[in-house]
Design a protein around this ligand. Structure first.
Ligand code: HEM
Length: 206
């Protein structure tokens, strides 16, 4: 089966760092959230070490978010008229007879997710820094308290988004995960899921 390159090694590396840092942040964050979850902190060497890891992996998460934003923004941040139609028919996911318009490198659902994780990440970063060094920033107490609430609320939204993302990138669309594992996808997969992008790649001579 002929294949084409979907993501370079660098792009896959950035995504891997971002995804792994997300999982570490989630586990250390849950462990630190409440005494009843303190058991999880043992995985990371205790409460103090979990807090240290959470802070500094948070920095890795934000840096990799920006790297991911800049590597994919050309294809993921701009919506065209096909994307609007794609959203209107919800990518054809809601019925067998509904056909979604052809997608570019990323479809409109992926573009929405891209936007969501970018802004969620920025808010995570800001609220995280406020909670990390409140004395140095000397902000009003209400801002610090609001940061705690906002940080948790964004987390709930992001976890739901990431669960959907992982499902769509694995079980729901077989063949997609190879774009991250080897960087290559089947031509048939590319034509089916991202027809506009496939035609561009072929036109450019791969
Ligand atoms: C840990 C499990 C994860 C898996 C299995 C996974 C899977 C994938 C796959 C297969 C792609 C490429 C899709 C394509 O080429 O069409 C992708 C892209 C992407 N991933 Fe992940 N991912 C994971 C975690 C994350 C996390 C935690 C984030 C951010 C919080 C994230 C953000 C993105 C973004 C922004 C893209 C590009 C746009 C998109 O395809 O939606 N991923 N991921």
């Amino acid at each position: 089966m002929p294949t084409i390159e979907r993501h370079t090694t660098k792009e896959r590396g950035v995504h891997a760092v971002h995804a792994i840092s997300f999982i570490i942040l989630l586990l250390t964050g849950i462990g630190l959230y409440d005494k009843s979850f303190f058991g999880i902190t043992k995985l990371f060497g205790g409460v103090d070490l979990s807090r240290f890891i959470h802070h500094w992996i948070g920095v890795v998460f934000i840096i990799s978010l920006f790297l991911m934003y800049f590597q994919w923004k050309g294809e993921a941040a701009v919506f065209d008229k096909d994307d609007k139609e794609w959203l209107r028919v919800f990518g054809g996911y809601l019925g067998k007879d509904v056909k979604a318009p052809p997608a570019g490198k990323f479809n409109a659902g992926q573009k929405m997710f891209f936007k969501m994780i970018f802004w969620a990440g920025i808010l995570f970063g800001i609220t995280g820094i406020i909670m990390w060094i409140p004395q140095i920033l000397a902000l009003p107490k209400i801002i610090v308290q609001l940061s705690y609430i906002l940080h948790d609320m964004i987390l709930i939204g992001l976890v739901m988004g990431v669960l959907a993302h992982v499902y769509l990138g694995t079980l729901a669309n077989p063949g997609t995960i190879s774009s991250l594992l080897t960087g290559q996808v089947d031509e048939q997969w590319a034509r089916h899921h991202h027809e506009k992008w496939f035609k561009q790649v072929i036109k450019k001579g791969r």
